[in-house]
Design a binder for this molecule. Sequence first.
Ligand code: UT7
Length: 325
Amino acid sequence: MSSIESIIAGVGSFLPANVVTNHDLAKRVDTNDEWIRSRSGIAQRHIAGDDEATSDMATAAAWNALDQAGLKPRDIGLIIVATVTPDKTFPSTAVYVQQKLGVPPGIAFDVSAACAGFLYAMNVADTFVSSGQVKHALIIGAEKLSCFLDWNDRATCVLFGDGAGAVVLSGEEAQTAAPPRGVLATYLSADGRLAKHLYADGGPATTKTVGLVRMNGKDVFRNAVQEISNAVFEVTERAKVSRHEIDWFVPHQANIRIIESCARKLELDMDKVVVTIDQHANTSSASIPLALDAGVRDGRIKHGELLVFAALGGGLAWGSALVRY
Ligand code: UT7
């Protein structure tokens, strides 16, 4: 019996031109470059302008992914945007991306799972593609977190940045003689009992405001190391591969110390980990596709290699995906 594999056919990203360094931030809040670098690994972040909406960044990233895939907007049957900073409360940012790209009527919606959002989107898109419902899907992580930060709270405002990353998932017939390609396994979870550790203190149905990011850093940190490592174990078990076969670990970029702790637990050398936290800071749902694009475009990540993605964030929600690129 033939089966369809969800292949990564193209990857793209977009970062706003405005770069804000730790030194720039030290002029606004009581912080310093040394603290930010040593506690988080961040050196700088990109901050979107007033005229750059989440859908603009998402669209720019999507064009780059379509280009790499050799596809046109008319080929896309599904758009999922993972974001916690939508252009509007409704409709979805995905429909604005659809409009801006010129994608014909088809399925388009957002997922809200904070930093794990891109992996939630990948899981859903994989279901559509591998079941043959759509041939080509665009999954995008895009965030304008700068509009959502308390610029007087040094414990959070120094940690985040803006940007977008996109992946085209395409359905291809599995080759019986070749090892499986594309999305091999995914794993998702969330625990609302931990929502109090990372959230926005507003919303349309409560304060009628957007709210600002609030975080208990230490609690999130502890959960991140535990659940991101577990999530990698889960997908390798589900796909029946040894974690020693992993070529590249592309984790959510929230803190270099979280990434290093996970790599240690997974017995993965840091040479096999894609790190962009220093350049991008934490871009929530955009961070994994941004890191993937960085690794693909500088030639480190090659076709045929085994990639594992994993993330944890607000929810708390977490997940992972194992992909043969
Ligand atoms: O993407 C979603 C997931 N998010 C995460 O995974 C983030 C997880 N958490 C973290 O990355 C870390 O907990 C932080 C980077 C947020 C904080 O690191 P920490 O080692 O847990 O520091 P802390 O919060 O315990 O703060 C230590 C000290 C405090 O001072 P006292 O109370 O020891 O005097 C803070 O007030 O550092 C102080 N501090 C700062 N100092 C200079 C907090 N923020 C700053 C700052 N600059 N920006």
